[in-house]
Every structure is written in C-alpha cells, then in structure tokens.
Design a protein. Structure first.
Length: 560
C-alpha cells in the first residue's frame, strides 16, 4: 500500500488491508476514511474489518462509500465534513484513490483555487479534468449548457491572439470569432528592452485592448479556468461555459517570479529590476544611469523563456552606456546563465563573444539564480558541474537584472491539452493539436521547438489561420510553419545582430546578406528594430497585414 500525499492533512491510497493499519498508525496517521462500497471486488476486505483494525491501533474511522463514477454533491459535502471533524493526518482510500481525490477536490472547491486543486491532485498522480466544471462551480453539479457558443474561440489577446483574429477575418470576414482575455491593456513587449536602455518611453509600448481587437470580434473579458476539449468547451471564471467549433490557445506564458526566493519582495527596489515587466523596465534605465561603480549582475533561467536573447540585450545596452560614459572600468559586469551556451544558434555566438570581450563581461554558465536578499544586496546561484553535482554560490551586487523562470499558464499546464512538460501539444508544422483535431495553438504556450518571440507569432498566425479555415472547408490548402523566429540582439546603442532562424537552428534571413548580414552587428538592423518594427507590429501584424509572412503551402506528403 502506497499513500500519496495531497495536503499535509490528507493522503490517499488504493484499497488497504487490515494488516496494514498498524503501520499506518506508526507512520503518524490518526484517522481513516473509506470511500469504497463493500462488495465492489471479490478480494476486498469489508469496512468493518478495516474499522476493527483501526480501533485496535487507536485510529478513528469514517465510512463514506461512493459508487465508481457516481460521486454526488452530497458525498463531497460529507467528505469535507469528515476532514473537518477527524483528527489529522487522514488517510482516505478506495479502489485506486481516484474517488477519494475527487471527493477532496469537490469538497475544497469553495476554499482553494481551481488551479491549486488540480495541481495538488496532479502531483499525486490523479487527473481531475473530468470534474473541473464541478470544481469551478464550487463543488456543485452545474447545469450542462453553454452560456454562449462561437465558430472560433481564441484564448489570449496578446500578439498571437489578436494577429490570428485579424488574419482569420482577412480570409473570411463573416467568421464568428471570440477572444477571451481579462486584460485591459495590450503591450508591445519587444519594446521593453529599449525602454530599459533609455531609447523608448514605456508609454510607447501600450494600447488599450479594446483598440487592438478587431471590431467585429467578440471580446470576452474573462479569465479561463479550464478546458474541456472532449466537450468543445472552455470554462471561464465563475463557471461560465462557452462552446466552440474550433479552439485556438495562445495565452502567452507565466512569469514565475515566486520560484526565486525573496525576489518578489525586492523587485523594483534595492537595485533589483527586470525588463520582463512593463513597470520595471524604466527602473532598469534608472539604475543604469545611476550606477557609477560596483557590480552589475544579469541572469538567465533555464529554458524555455520568451525572447531568449533579452537577458543579454539588457546587459549589452547597459555596458555600452557605461562604456560611453567612461564608467565601465569601474563596474564589474557578470552574466549568470542557467544554460550551457551563450546563444542556442552557433552562428551568432562569435559576434556576441566579441561584445562580451569588448565589455569585459564575466560569463558564468550552468548558474541558476535561486534566491535574492534585496536589502543585503546579495544573490545566490546554484552551480551545476559537468557531473551534475551542485553547489551554492553567493554574490553581492549593486544592480541585479533578473530574467524570471517561465512556464505555461496554470490553466494550460494542468489541462488535457498539455504535454508532460505542461505546454500545449501540437504538430510543429501545422500547429494543430496532436490529440484534438479542432484545437490549434501558437505563440509562447505551445510546445513546438521554436524561439518564443513576437516574430515567431507573426509568422505562425497566418499559418494557423490558413489551416483552421482549411479544416472548416473555407480554404484550398494547408500551410506549413518552418519554426521561424527572430531575436534582434541589441549589442550596443545603434547596432544589432539580427538573429533569424528556424527549426534546428537553420538560418532563415529575411534580407540578402549585402543589405543585412545577420551574423554581424548592423546599424540598419538597429533602425529596423527602433523605427520600422513598432509600426509593423501595430499597423501590420495586429491588423492581419501579412507583410513578408505569407503562409507557405504544406508539402503534399504532409497533408493528412
């Protein structure tokens, strides 16, 4: 018998035997709840046998039998009451533990967040997606009807979601499309690097969500609680249910600031900043301008992250400013990267290394930031050697620029749409879900092995639009995504290494080498980043104008 911990107060297990009860008491359990009806299996001990062994061991018991697949609302109430009344920790059991976890999930629906319930169940090996709507409804069985339905539901109103909606409507103007996103503001996130470098004002990177969503698209200003792909349904906060013919999941990713101990408490003060947040990018520039001497640390967490070059961009722009001001000789600049290399595409490493040497940057690979004490101006890193052994290093700082760990949003990670790592599981060429034919994904939340950048989403949106409408019978061919992504690496103010690449690190330059050599720093690439790409984003990408990103036809051999 193996007990699986759900919370410090509750563990669950498969069927237990009377002769195992004494060991449970020795392990510290003080009560047992049976959720399996007597007589369900031929080799099953009765509850009275287990109860007798429990009494002999000094444990309390409760019998709440539930027929498999028929957990009633009142059963969940009884289970919650038992947890409140019995001394803990409690062990609940049934045939496999699933009914016990289901009862716990429903009983806690009014006190715990849905994602917290799903995460605790999943950590113990139990999938609660089958009762997610009941959990969202506070543990009660909801009416099985949709509040609204649409031909296409797009989850996420960021770069990927708005671009896709516009691309769809460019192809079929009367398509019934809804975007689900609770945010009021839409951000041009690629601009935050330049905000942190003193080039852009933060206000240049924002628009209202209402101004960028196409007028004929339904905007559902709500958060997603869960997906029910088998029923073509999305559960919104408040247990509202919307149905779809086709679903596209592109909510971006989650910046997991809490994973670094002490970071949240010191962000935006004590010299700790990040260009990954709109409100903090101006603080980066404030710190850069104010630092006269000392130590500046820049960090990068384990992959995947959005815009893998962004942590370096902040470092190069800062070092360039200090060099121009004659201060660099008095400032130690160090880069702590949890990964093993400076950049994942080898052709771009030499020009980056030239700047590393130019600025005298101390490179540290396989160093992951794990804790920060802002008032003490101290950071701790976990260093991993070639043999996998780890040690903790302590560094003091005057300025610390942090790139946070990143994951898929909880409602994606804990859903039936996710792969084992928590990302939406798609075919990397068509961006269609591998298990649910009427589900697609693009942008940062899906698992195709491409760079997570706005440039990638710009290329993906027309592909998904073409394929989704092909699937609906409105277009004549399927499209193919080659993994294209772009990372304009700002190595100094006025010059950029315009990294453009696809699957497998294949170089995919948009311009001939005589115009912009993507492996060398270029002033023209800087002008592209500073002057051209922002209007291309606002007036092109978000409007469905597919300049230089017309979808390529899927080779016939790939058509299913």
């Amino acid at each position: 018998m193996e007990a699986k911990v759900i919370t410090p107060r509750l563990s669950v297990a498969a069927q237990i035997r009377p002769d195992e009860v004494e060991a449970l008491a020795e392990a510290g359990y003080r009560a047992i709840v049976c959720n399996r009806p007597d007589g369900e299996g031929a080799d099953q001990p009765t509850f009275k046998e287990v109860e007798a062994a429990a009494q002999a061991a000094g444990l309390e018991t409760r019998y709440i039998p539930v027929v498999s697949g028929k957990v009633k609302d009142e059963d969940a109430v009884a289970f919650g009451k038992a947890l409140d009344e019995l001394p803990g920790p409690v062990l609940a059991y049934c045939r496999t533990g699933t009914r016990s976890v289901t009862l716990w999930s429903l009983s806690q629906a009014k006190t715990l967040e849905l994602t917290d319930i799903l995460a605790k169940a999943k950590a113990a090996g139990y999938d609660m997606s089958g009762v997610v709507r009941r959990i969202a409804a506070g543990g009660k069985t909801p009416v099985d009807r949709a509040d609204a339905s649409y031909e296409v539901i797009i989850v996420g109103g960021g770069a990927a979601g708005v671009s896709l909606a516009s691309s769809l409507l460019q192809r079929k103007h009367d398509l019934d499309v809804a975007i689900v996103d609770p945010a009021d503001i839409h951000y041009y996130q690629p601009g935050w690097t330049l905000v942190g470098g003193g080039v852009f004002d933060a206000g240049e990177t924002v628009r209202t969500m209402a101004s960028v969503i196409p007028k004929c698209v339904h905007w559902l200003k709500a958060a997603v609680a869960a997906f029910e792909p088998k029923d073509n349904a999305v559960i919104l906060d408040g247990c509202r249910v919307i149905k779809y013919d086709r679903l596209v999941v592109c909510p971006g990713l989650k910046l997991d600031w809490d994973r670094i101990e002490g970071l949240v408490e010191t962000l935006g003060k004590n010299g700790v900043t990040s260009n990954y947040r709109y409100d903090l990018a101006p603080y980066t520039w404030e710190l850069v301008r104010g630092l006269k001497s000392g130590t500046a640390l820049f960090t990068q967490p384990p992959m995947p992250i959005k815009c893998a070059g962004a942590p370096q961009k902040a470092m190069y722009l800062s070092a360039d400013h200090w060099q121009r001001e004659g201060r660099l000789k008095d400032i130690e600049v160090a880069f702590y990267n949890a990964g093993p290399v400076l950049f994942g595409v080898k052709e771009y490493v030499p020009p980056l290394m030239d700047y590393v040497q130019r600025y005298g940057i101390d490179l540290n690979f396989k160093h992951n930031l794990t804790a920060v004490d802002g008032p003490a101006k101290t950071a701790w890193f976990t260093k991993t050697d070639e043999d996998g052994k780890t040690e903790t290093l302590e560094r003091s700082f005057d300025m610390l620029h942090v790139c946070p760990p990143q994951t898929a949003p909880d409602f994606v990670r804990l859903s039936p749409l996710a792969d084992a790592a928590g990302w939406v599981d798609v075919d990397q060429s068509t961006l269609r879900h591998k298990s649910f034919d009427n589900v697609y994904s693009l942008g940062d939340a899906m698992n195709a092995p491409n760079a997570k950048t706005a440039a990638a989403a710009r290329k993906q949106a027309p592909v998904v639009a073409q394929n989704l409408l092909y699937d609906m019978g409105h277009t004549r061919y399927q499209a193919h995504y080659d993994g294209y992504g772009s990372c304009p690496l700002t190595v100094e103010r006025g010059k950029i290494v315009l990294a453009e690449f696809g699957y497998g690190g294949k170089l995919l330059p948009s311009f001939p080498s005589w115009l912009i050599d993507s492996t060398k720093p270029s002033r023209l690439a800087w002008l592209l980043k500073e002057r051209i790409l922002p209007p291309v984003y606002w007036q092109g990408m978000l409007k469905g104008r597919e300049w230089m990103v017309k979808p390529e036809r899927l080779p016939e051999a790939r058509v299913q």
